[in-house]
Design a protein around this ligand. Structure first.
Ligand SMILES: Cc1ncc(COP(=O)(O)O)c(C=O)c1O
Length: 443
């Protein structure tokens, strides 16, 4: 009787706390300052949330599970269903997702894993932690140039870049714009290559009706606030081939061989009957390590935020597409001065941003500084030519052909935001500023 009453009292308190959280949201977060053109910063990205994120987060805090648990499992299930995948593993960032996915290709549990020195095709116009896991695993990146306009790897150049050491392709769908997956999948099948899609910027993008992230052996997502939806810090691995399911979770979870959920034991039914490596027979399966792994799990608090954001994802994706279209339609008049973004035939991008490349004699710096002076946030296309970055100048690598377009991206390309936090007034202001810069198209 006593315990029941404590339960009822606790539930009442919980309801009252969560009601107060809603109220707090309205008072502290809900009132947005009015947009003042030229004064309010027009960000390229940001968290878009309401009281539901706060309520779920505080609810998870009251549950005090802390480590990846029930909220995480629910979120993993939702993403697995969305991608129609074999599995989905949450991690603490898109970078960790890339690290785990690339490391999975080297797993001794595979029939023919990647070995140090094996080659992986990837673009040089990239994000650092798309490339880093290739290097960190002792693999050799083979760089292929990108296309201006799509900013993706030149799919037609990949076949000639292959050597007898090439085992995998790791490609980002740059800024959410799907790569030419029909060409890439033909090569994957013809040469028996592994494929990892970096979809950190591409949640909801499709190519010929199929979701980006559902083509490769694995795909990765980021839930950092700049991305389509957020968990604060977070990411995930879409597992499309069941043989990677256990491998990915093992590498994520310390490298352990055991696959019990937290708080569970003996899921395998023979916890003390394993014989592995040079361990004594019957060594506890919970402490058998079949991979050199990491611990890159997020917390259940982060997963709780993710669950609230997931409800909004379809609307976020649609808004990104609408904002992109609005910019594209309006900036078309400047197409002698700016190269506008384009999609491959059959691609329907859920855009991360709106990329532009300046045409000579216009200098990127002039336009970027003008926009920034008008409080419009701009960004470079990540690392530019990554081989020119201080951290990557000495890495073992091969370049196929040249990286002329990649260098041009490094020198002449930038992007502005299309995130769902932009209002029509902000977008009109940004377009007015482009008009001012080009003097209404006369300049
Ligand atoms: C294409 C791409 N891959 C990977 C990442 C890394 O994601 P995270 O910041 O969650 O580590 C990013 C981050 O912006 C990205 O744009």
């Amino acid at each position: 009787m006593m315990a029941l009453q404590t339960g009822i009292r606790a539930q009442k308190l919980r309801r009252s706390i969560l009601d107060q959280v809603r109220d707090y949201y309205r008072q502290a977060h809900g009132k947005k300052d009015p947009f003042i053109p030229g004064k309010t910063r027009v960000h390229y990205s940001g968290r878009v949330y309401d009281e539901e994120e706060l309520v779920r987060l505080v609810g998870a805090a009251l549950d005090f599970w802390l480590t990846l648990g029930p909220e995480g499992r629910l979120f993993e299930d939702k993403l697995k269903i969305f991608f129609n995948a074999r599995d989905f593993a949450l991690v603490n960032s898109g970078s960790s997702a890339n690290l785990v996915a690339a490391t999975a290709l080297t797993s001794p549990a595979l029939e023919n894993p990647l070995k140090p020195g094996d080659e992986v095709i990837t673009p040089a116009a990239t994000f650092p932690t798309t490339l880093a896991p290739i290097v960190q695993n002792g693999l050799v990146p083979v760089f292929v140039d990108a296309d201006i306009g799509t900013y993706n790897i030149q799919a037609d150049a990949i076949e000639n870049a292959l050597s007898d050491k090439t085992r995998a392709i790791l490609i980002p769908h740059t800024l959410g714009n799907p790569c030419r997956m029909d060409v890439i999948m033909r090569l994957v099948e013809k040469y028996g290559l592994f494929l990892i899609e970096d979809c950190c910027d591409a949640l909801g993008s499709t190519y010929k009706g199929k979701l980006a992230g559902s083509f490769g052996d694995m795909a990765t997502l980021s839930f950092f606030p700049a991305h389509h939806m957020t968990m604060g810090e977070g990411g995930g691995i879409v597992v499309n081939k069941s043989r990677f399911s256990k491998i990915v979770k093992s590498i994520r979870d310390w490298g352990r061989d055991c696959w019990c959920e937290p708080g569970k034991s003996n899921t395998c039914g023979k916890r003390f009957q394993w014989q592995s490596g040079a361990l004594p027979a019957g060594y506890d399966h919970k402490y058998i390590y079949s991979h050199i792994g990491y611990n890159v799990k997020p917390t259940d608090l982060q997963a709780a935020i993710g669950l609230a954001q997931w409800e909004k994802a379809p609307e976020f994706i649609q808004k990104r597409k609408n904002n992109f279209k609005r910019y594209r339609d309006a900036l078309k008049i400047f197409d002698k001065r700016l190269i506008l973004p384009r999609q491959e035939e059959g691609a329907d991008a859920s855009w991360f941003a709106f990329p532009l490349t300046v045409q000579p004699p216009l200098k990127r710096g002039e336009l970027v500084q003008f926009l920034e002076s008008r409080q419009i946030e701009t960004r470079m296309l990540f690392g530019g030519n990554i081989l020119r970055q201080p951290a990557y100048q000495q890495i073992a690598h091969r370049v196929h052909g040249d990286l002329k377009q990649t260098d041009r991206i490094m020198n002449d390309t930038f992007f502005i935001g299309v995130y769902p936090g932009l209002t029509p007034a902000m977008i009109n202001y940004v377009l007015d500023c482009f008009n001012d810069f080009f003097a209404g198209g006369k300049k």
